[in-house]
Design a protein around this ligand. Structure first.
Ligand SMILES: [Fe+2]
Ligand SMILES: [Fe+2]
Length: 352
């Protein structure tokens, strides 16, 4: 249709609208083919604005540091004698950029693990309703892998391979043929930790695109974790004491692997900081430890709800007490807050 100047209530003529006077003018109809797209391809002007948020990593590092001063404090005494003592501002900013690259890379690898695990749950879980649900989760996880990998490719400046501790954990989860171990490892431990980590980064980052995409991913993860708790709850009630003990050990091992991963060893290596220096700096940064413990804020209440904290004379309770994470047992579990991040929910209105 061509645009014509005309009065408001005057209809366009056939010539204006369809390029010919007579509707059944066969010669005019046949005259288009072969002449319209003479170059073999067709360009269509879009004429509407598309949204694209540019990410300047350096600016994000600076803005995040200003917005979260407590996160950025370095202990001067701990830096003395280490490679960091001679770092200038530029080097610290580079460190911040590498942190972003590392963190988002690990998110992406974790999501790939979730994709494989949920596909496996579709195969192994005995109930048809759980298979249906797991199938929707497979689709969610594929979307998460895609969004994180796109963000890495298009907005950040480098990838990191999967962290060795995360790799060991995912190997254990994927290799176990028992459906409930896949649930415990992925739905309760990995996704529970992811939910807390996404929440923390969501709260801390000043980068609007990351904030937005994390919010969408969190809405999905909250549902996935709740599904895991609901599915395992009944099943664990009929397990024997030795069987429960095996699950407690599995949960403990997973927790330690996830905590170890947060040392971000690959970033230090890329920044050419010797291991002895890293140990010195990290030992002097108790707030880093607080952050690592915060990552268990979703996991501990869920393990409690499943009865795993208190089975076998409270073996797992003792372990989480040693780790300093037992206080989280009083927080609400994921079945009580599965919709917390859904569109329009009170929490969502607060965080956006
Ligand atoms: Fe996910
Ligand atoms: Fe998930």
């Amino acid at each position: 249709m061509t645009t014509v100047d005309r009065d408001k209530d005057q209809f366009g003529s056939n010539l204006d609208l369809i390029g010919r006077d007579k509707i059944d003018d066969l010669e005019a109809v046949l005259s288009f083919v072969g002449k319209y797209d003479v170059e073999g391809f067709h360009r269509v002007p879009d004429n509407c604005p598309a949204e694209s948020i540019e990410v300047d990593q350096e600016q994000v590092v600076i803005a995040n540091a200003e917005a979260n001063p407590a996160q950025q404090q370095w202990d001067e005494a701990a830096l003395a004698g280490t490679a960091l003592e001679k770092w200038d501002d530029k080097r610290f900013i580079e460190f911040g950029i590498q942190n972003q690259n590392w963190l988002l890379s690990q998110f992406m690898h974790g999501e790939q693990g979730a994709l494989l695990c949920t596909a496996k749950i579709v195969e192994t879980v005995p109930w048809i309703d759980a298979k249906y649900y797991a199938a929707t989760q497979v689709m969610d996880e594929a979307r998460h892998v895609e969004v994180f990998s796109k963000y890495l490719d298009e907005k950040l400046s480098g990838h990191y391979p999967m962290n060795a501790h995360l790799g060991l954990l995912l190997d254990d989860i994927v290799a176990d043929p028992r459906w409930d171990m896949t649930y415990l490892g992925m739905q309760i431990m990995v996704e529970g930790l992811a939910l807390a980590a996404f929440g923390f980064i969501h709260m801390m980052t000043t980068e609007p695109l990351l904030k937005k995409l994390l919010r969408y991913v969190m809405a999905d993860e909250a549902r996935h974790v709740a599904f895991g708790v609901l599915s395992l709850q009944e099943y664990y009630k009929q397990l024997s004491a030795p069987e429960l003990r095996e699950r407690q050990e599995f949960a403990f091992e997973a927790a330690i692997r996830m905590k170890d991963r947060m040392a971000m060893q690959e970033v230090w290596e890329r920044m050419e900081v010797p291991t002895a220096d890293v140990v010195k700096i990290m030992r002097a940064a108790p707030e880093q430890d607080d952050f690592q413990i915060l990552l268990f804020s979703k996991i501990v209440p869920n393990l409690k709800k499943l009865g795993l904290l208190d089975a076998a004379d409270g073996w797992l309770r003792t372990k989480f007490t040693e780790m300093g994470a037992i206080a989280f047992e009083h927080l609400s579990d994921s079945t009580e807050e599965e919709d917390a991040f859904a569109d329009g929910s009170p929490a969502e209105r607060q965080v956006v």
